[in-house]
Design a protein around this ligand. Sequence first.
Ligand code: 13P
Ligand code: SF4
Length: 306
Amino acid sequence: MIMDPEQIVEQIRELKKERNAVIVAHTYQRAEVQEIADKTGDSYALSRFVSQAKEDVIVFCGVHFMAESAKILSPSKTVLLPAVNAGCPMANMVTGEDVRMMKEKYPGAAVACYINSTAEVKAESDVCVTSSNAVKVISSMEEKDIIFVPDRNLGMYIAQQIPEKNILLWDGYCIVHEALKEEDVVKWKELKPDALLLAHPECNQGVLVHADFIGSTKAIIDYVIKEKSKKEFIIATEKGVAHPIKKARPDADLYFPSPCLLCVNMKKTDLIDVYNALNDMQHEILLSEEIIKKARRCLDRMLELS
Ligand code: 13P
Ligand code: SF4
């Protein structure tokens, strides 16, 4: 059966009721996917939301580690990832074995993992963080030495914000944010001297030193919405954030300083995938009870501390 976009949306709404499902979408998702979602947000907002979800089924429009985290936080629910091959390259840059090796090398250090990591890595970690709560969560930890995996850029940003901690970095990075270069933002700052530069902490130091504001996707969106006295913004994160910003502030001019700011994995999910996920109850996230139990500790600790 060939359906037009309105019919697909209607079918998704019906199936959602039938399955007692909730749809969540990261703000890097396609605009039409964000529109069909019951909740949109950054990694932290979505984690908190799914941890309290009442529905039987959670359809997670995002990448694999996000749906996996939802399963860990809500193990009794059926969690579906509509685009089965939507992964996050950064999450695969460190393994559980790597973390065990770091713990042996630095006995006494606590392990903080970015939520962009596998369940196996979370199972080895003391606490999990997202870009919106990392500084708060890590500041409140007792240990001075903190092994931080996998994002070296976020890790370096945390180290600068909390100089009293000794942050031991892993060498992972986001292929999307890392591709943005200092010269790109310098060029755009020259082209648009009145614009503020808002950057995600997954960007490298060459970009972050020029930023007027550094924050998670949600923090960047909220910043533009609140900063009504400014009209022009250079946005150093993935282009999906333009959708919620333009809905709230159609008058704002947004400049994305490089064509690289597009995450192909986040864009893999389309409306047909969401429809198929609900219609065929596919692609379910399955994890062993043991890994859920071990990985849950660091996510619960994050929710307690943030
Ligand atoms: P936040 O959702 O924490 O802003 O992180 C962005 C990201 O890269 C998700 O993969
Ligand atoms: Fe992973 Fe970067 Fe894409 Fe986020 S934007 S999902 S960190 S590759």
